[in-house]
Design a binder for this molecule. Structure first.
Ligand code: URA
Length: 257
């Protein structure tokens, strides 16, 4: 009995004061067991978990683990021809596993292939500016591509390549469960929506993909070639911000830089 009291004191020192009682075993049973071995403690009621971890933390750990599991499956992937056309790295994705907003591009370029991260070249710099204009940080969002390996000469991925790779992206979306996805360019829009349509027809409205709202905008590489379209892209980003309930910081009214 003294041991039991000592244990209760120990739990109290840890700040645990709530115990719940198991239906007590009949006294006769306890007595008979302790009678055989007098050092044996009487049964201690099972301890309630001291504190339940906040769900957000648990979900975050689960999401990070979910993404790692998918990434592990893609280690040295050879499922499509891109594996044999000069790629150095499988560019899995980058950002916050708990992101409410996801950006999806076409496929890694030379910089991304070298660094193993999506959108780190010139188009990536512009994407970073677009994200900042929205009042967000790159670490707030998650960024991925339709294909995870660099197409040679940055050509558009072949349907075989995109269709082989996209299921892994869909699994990433299922794990992250973003509220809003922004498709960057026609290739992302085509494979996310499951069919080809002119970008002009897809922009300016909300589509649905895997439980997320999908907004289509221009690819940053296209905006680098035709900066006059940045104003239009900003409208798309504002639509995403409205859906997310975020406001642009006062200083920035567009993604011009
Ligand atoms: N273009 C893309 O579509 N994705 C990248 O990661 C980089 C450039």
């Amino acid at each position: 009995m003294q041991t039991l009291q000592a244990r209760i004191r120990y739990y109290r020192d840890l700040g645990i004061s709530q115990f719940y009682r198991r239906i007590a075993a009949p006294l006769s049973e306890i007595e008979s067991v302790t009678a055989i071995n007098p050092d044996l403690e009487p049964p201690i009621p099972p301890r309630k978990p001291a504190a339940t971890l906040p769900t957000t933390f648990t979900a975050s750990v689960d999401r990070a683990a979910g993404l790692s599991a998918i990434q592990h499956e893609l280690h040295n992937c050879t499922r499509c021809p891109l594996a044999f056309q000069g790629r150095h790295t499988v560019v899995f994705g980058d950002g916050n596993a708990d992101a409410r907003l996801m950006f999806i591009g076409e496929g890694p370029g030379a910089d991304e292939d070298a660094q193993g991260l999506p959108f780190v070249g010139r188009a990536g710099q512009l994407l970073n500016n677009m994200i900042a204009a929205m009042g967000l940080k790159r670490s707030d969002v998650y960024i991925a591509n339709i294909v995870k390996c660099r197409p040679p000469q940055n050509r558009v991925p072949e349907p075989e390549e995109a269709n082989t790779c996209a299921p892994f992206l869909f699994r990433q979306i299922n794990v992250i469960k973003p509220e809003v996805i922004v498709a960057l360019g026609a290739t992302a829009a085509t494979y996310l929506l499951g069919g080809k349509s002119p970008l002009a027809r897809l922009r300016g409205r909300i589509h649905e993909v895997r439980g997320a709202k999908l907004i289509v905008t221009y690819h940053p590489a296209y905006l680098l070639r035709d900066p006059s379209q940045k104003k239009e892209a900003w409208k798309d980003l504002q639509l995403a911000m409205t859906e997310l309930g975020v406001k642009a910081p006062k200083a920035s009214s567009n993604a011009d830089s």
